[in-house]
Ligand binder design. Sequence first.
Ligand SMILES: C[S@@+](CC[C@H](N)C(=O)[O-])C[C@H]1O[C@@H](n2cnc3c(N)ncnc32)[C@H](O)[C@@H]1O
Length: 280
Amino acid sequence: MIGAAQDWLEARVPLDDAARRQSLPLLDHAAQALLDADPTGQAPLTVVDLGAGTGKSAAWFRHHLTPRLPDRHIQWLLVDAHEPSLEIASQHVADADTMVTHLSDLPTALGDYLPVHPAPGTLLLTCSAVVDVLTQDDVEAILKTLTTYQGLGLFLLSITADWHLEPADPRDNGLAQAFAEHQRQDGKLGAEGGQTMLRAARDHGVRATHGNSPWHLISPRDAEFTRRFLTERVAAAIEASPELEDDALDWLKTRNQQAAEHLTVTVDHCDVLVDARHDC
Ligand SMILES: C[S@@+](CC[C@H](N)C(=O)[O-])C[C@H]1O[C@@H](n2cnc3c(N)ncnc32)[C@H](O)[C@@H]1O
């Protein structure tokens, strides 16, 4: 998916922020690794937000990383294949550079961007809500970049196949499977994205750990967002499995009514931290 709807990225900010609170232990780990790699804090540090979209994720990473790396100068670079999104991002993330590129070209593009080969532990790649829309080639390019520069990678909120609705409905599972199939179109990793990143890192002989950061949608507080989320999921599920249409629309009608008062939806995400430094 190149370029996400701006109003969708805006609407998900509070949910993403709440989910990413669960990612803070991995962020702490990444920040400590950056501090350990350069105790004097003199080396230039570059943070690259991949699939930056309109800049919401970079703003979150910056807000939480800056106090963890006091007095450290950080150069921010926002990367996305969708130029109009990056134009918006550059207005919101002050002093960040932007780069329009497809992630499969990241090693070359970053090589051109970086003035000198960075010291080990002075490059952090981040992303949020991106890995599930990538391909295997994109993941390989990201890992090649990390191993070339002995960098760190913190990849948050990759959607998995699991969701849990309360009250449960026997049709929940079939719709989840149809949605997961839709997400795998055009060679994308979909719900396997986070685990694929984790496996690929280990195959490269690089340390990698993971965590969970689910969305918790609670009615009536999140009724409007929940309705939009379920409506878009159902549209995608029907596109992948048109034979589900009648059942899916009936399910959606029921869920939209429940969203006004007593529906909770947990949407699972996988977070991955990769540390490609040698000898530490
Ligand atoms: C769901 S949006 C997330 C945006 C942002 N990270 C956020 O949390 O608000 C996914 C972004 O990844 C970008 N993207 C998807 N595949 C890409 C690829 N192969 N190369 C570069 N950007 C890509 C899309 O253009 C989109 O802006």
